[in-house]
Write a protein that binds this ligand. Sequence first.
Ligand code: NAD
Ligand code: DAU
Length: 363
Amino acid sequence: MKSIVITGGAGFIGNHVVRLFVNKYPDYHIICLDALTYAGNLANLSDVEDKPNYEFVKMDICDFEGVHHLLKDRQVEGIIHLAAESHVDRSIRDPFAFAQTNVMGTLSLLQAAKLYWESLPERYEGKRFYHISTDEVYGALELTRPDGEAPYGDDFFLETTKYNPHSPYSASKASSDHFVRAFHDTYGMPTIVTNCSNNYGPYQFPEKLIPLFINNIRHRKPLPVYGKGENVRDWLYVEDHARAIDLIYHKGKTAETYNIGGFNEWKNIDIIKVVIATVDRLLGRPEGADLDLITYVTDRAGHDLRYAIDSTKLKTELGWEPSLQFEEGIEKTVRWYLEHEEWMDNITSGEYEKYYDSMYKNR
Ligand code: NAD
Ligand code: DAU
């Protein structure tokens, strides 16, 4: 049985990747390694927890000895690395946690894999270290068609775009990307890096724009729009990202970088209006009933204006394309959150509620 470790598997994107691999590959032993931080939730994986090819290990990726022992003990051949601190606003408040997990944690994982794989007679043959990164490492693009239809400019992030991260989060992800590539260039580790745009879909932690706003609309709470709501993001349904990860893990070329994106740019304020309209319709509220919840607040510090990914390379070389139109994806997403109130309420009560209030009281 091929053993694969998926780090951060109890988080938003990770649970979709774990579910896909566990269900699609009964011959693989899938190990979800997760420290269960505030963002990790085993309820996200309740439908696979009894599968014979699934194992959960609670571990911090910074625990070098623990990770090394696990890789050796389970004879791990592949690592898909998603574990990270992932929220930009938190990184502005507490950058240390981002350097610790995203940089030192990734280095610890790389070094543990190196030590184990280099101890084997076949060394790196048949092995793979796949690092999941973000489009934010490339920096920000301009709005050259600010009033036009999307896309909002002619330029896009390519795999060759120079790194220019602005937030502590993206700086930490950029640093981890460099370490991964350095392990290929220095030791010959078979690595792959992908940089993806904004994901949306079920099981996303409700500090991120779409689930936060769906929940606030449900409870008729204010919707804090940063600045003028004119920042642009490129949105991809999370299961399409998971499909891309599966494809790239199996067919991607070692040492390559692939961009993953939806060719689906939206200004924040426009996407927010779509979310309001969808929630209101599904809850049977009159059209436009909750538009007055929109509340413009102080902008995010260093707020990147526009992200837009060009994923042509992935399409041309491996044949991947997003499968869902945005209208379909957002409808599925809103429905999911409205039908999983208990999942949402378990997260948003107690400690998290206090955190959220403290985060927003000064805005
Ligand atoms: P998330 O915050 O929802 O989940 C992160 C997971 O990692 C959680 O389960 C958490 O418990 C775990 N984790 C955190 N620190 C850990 C540690 N030290 N040791 C072990 N586990 C730890 O994040 P997400 O949105 O699912 O993002 C997953 C990955 O994808 C991240 O690397 C992120 O940078 C990248 N990414 C995210 C997006 C997006 O839109 N969400 C887009 C592109 C790339
Ligand atoms: O681009 C990929 C990245 O997308 C990932 O690497 C990150 O892990 C992920 O969090 C996401 O980063 P963003 O900062 O783009 O996502 P967020 O959901 O936090 O914000 C989306 C946009 O909405 C952004 O322009 C900020 C704005 N926003 C966000 C929140 C939470 C608001 O206007 N109000 C809010 O309350």
